[in-house]
Ligand binder design. Sequence first.
Ligand SMILES: [Zn+2]
Length: 405
Amino acid sequence: MISKWTLTAQSTFVRRKNINTNPDYQRPAVWTKAQKQLLIDSMLREYDIPKMYMHRTGKDTYDVIDGQQRLRTIWEFFSGAFSLAKDADPVDGIEIAGKKYDDLDMLLLDKLNSYNLDFVILNDVSDDEISEMFLRLQNGTTLKAQEKRNAYPGNMRNFIKDLATHPFFVNVVNFQNSRFSHEHVAAQLTLLTMNGDICDIKDRNLNAMYKDNQDFDVNGDVAKKIKRVLNYLLLMFPEKTPELKRYNVVSIYALVKDLLENYAIKGRESELAKWFIDFETMRTIEAEKPEDQQDARLAIYQSKTKDSTDAMDSLRYRHEFLKENLLSTIIDLEPKDTKRNFDEAQRQVIYRRDKGVCQQCGIKCEWNAWQADHIIPWNRGGKTIVSNGQVLCPVCNAAKSDNVL
Ligand SMILES: [Zn+2]
């Protein structure tokens, strides 16, 4: 399964098209120019470079598990992409300061080309085993929290990676996906949804979620609910929305999730979006007033948007503030009937009244083969009362559900 391999710097450069330095569990390149210069400088002085890890993915193709920046730096230098530091000391009495690859003395060039790089090659291992190894190799280094989580094997990681490609993240929100920030927020939304209520969404909570849910059902109820909320948000905000900052997205998500669960908001998308934009505008103007003229509760809200935005009390305060503001602005949102289904007695009355006939297509239904349908859909605020119920045959009922969902 594991083999060792030594290649000269020159031969890695020749093979570079076969060596993938950016497989999906890898961290993005973050080395500064000074770090790059230091690596080449070290090689010219024949210092040791730690061994690198690659996964053999084909006859002569590899994914780099650990060593991405080092390899890329070497190749960039060989391609003439940067020069050595202007204050670099001579090597063996030969001047190197400010020089690019092509300017180097022939003796040093030979030394650099033939510098031996040690590799550990993994053959026939699963993606999960590689992720696991990557996590161990990187543990305790400078990987940021979300990058570390991306190295956890399992369904939760895959689900959140996929969630972060939802058009709401890609096209609408107003923060870049640098250092996996879309995935970080996607993970926070997932935790809020799994928990069912507002909770802490700090790094350690997210870590535990990744760890404890490696068998997460990517097609289960939680996954579906998250996508329903994101799809609704996309209807609210069909284009890039400058107000949707990182901390805001979590709040507006929690609000829409709450509303979808408890109010009939289908078809109200643009009203909700207008309310949100107006709220943000009001908030900005209010913040410019002298402190003693600001609304006290709004001032607290403002402060909660600034620190510990991932803490439960901050999230809860903002959630309740936003919800109250919304419900007092759009006053005719219909609460969903807490009773979702017609009970046995109501079903009997509806069946007798409609004489067992499907109110859509007119066929007669047997008592054990009909469905009690909400005339005004429950999702749109329709009540679970006899006058809002009707007989539908299973075929018509299924067709109707497809239309309203
Ligand atoms: Zn029918």
